[in-house]
Write a protein that binds this ligand. Sequence first.
Ligand SMILES: O=C(O)CCC(=O)C(=O)O
Length: 284
Amino acid sequence: MNNLAITPEECSQGQLTPQHFETAITALRNDGYVILNNVVDCSHLQTLRERMLADVASILAREDAPFNFNTGNVQQDPPPFPPYLFRDVLLNDLVISLTRAILGPGVKNSYYSGNTALPGGKRQPVHPDVAQLWPDLEQPTPAFGLVVNVPVVDMDAQNGSTEIWPGTHLDPTCSIHEGSQRIPQTILEPRRAIYPPIQPTVPAGSVVIRDIRLWHAGMPNHTDQPRPMIAMIHWCSWWANDEPISFPKGTEEFFTHPILKTNARFVEGDINYLLHNKAYDLQK
Ligand SMILES: O=C(O)CCC(=O)C(=O)O
């Protein structure tokens, strides 16, 4: 069971029922992902959606637009300042209870960006965001990073819901030591026969948590509207390869949380959030 209907009581108490907690942890450990429905206020998403859809044109106007793999998917940060900062997005207690349970004490968020699937784009190659840390593992290691995706619109196969390959976070075949994070076709096909990929329907208000090693791909968006999706990364405390996120001075209090540390840099003045990403492995 990977898709959980979270109740208003769980949201208001900031705590999953023991049964939901157990199911979510088992899904994350065994399949590498879980979807929590109804955990983000839709009015918050509407505020984000209006701004993010308006921002798409400015990002695409860049000569060096930050496309990922191909021009169908662009890296798009949400506006990192009020009135666009929401606790149920950035510091969601239900999400944190799970990421803390998997990643241990000192869990930290070091990423606040997103992916926008553009109308008419191609699919991405299947890839993990970070592969196994060691080559030729006999046993996969425990999780060290979890991606927390917050779709800003309803997401399904029509508008390019992310394709995910359940269980592949435990596959030892590909490590960070390979030149490319693209999973070769010769590995994909046998895997497909064991456990084929899925493209889940994810209503706005849901959060998808996935092991950062899980194979996945951005998919074509067959509609005429961009599909923005926020991405955060929760890391175990000892992960050292992360960068602080820039937020404006004056928002320090917002990020105070008893469990999740936000790896933030609080800066004076405007944050040029539409300029800071770079293209990744782009083959036009
Ligand atoms: O936009 C998506 O659905 C996924 C994008 C992605 O996986 C990536 O750009 O690395």
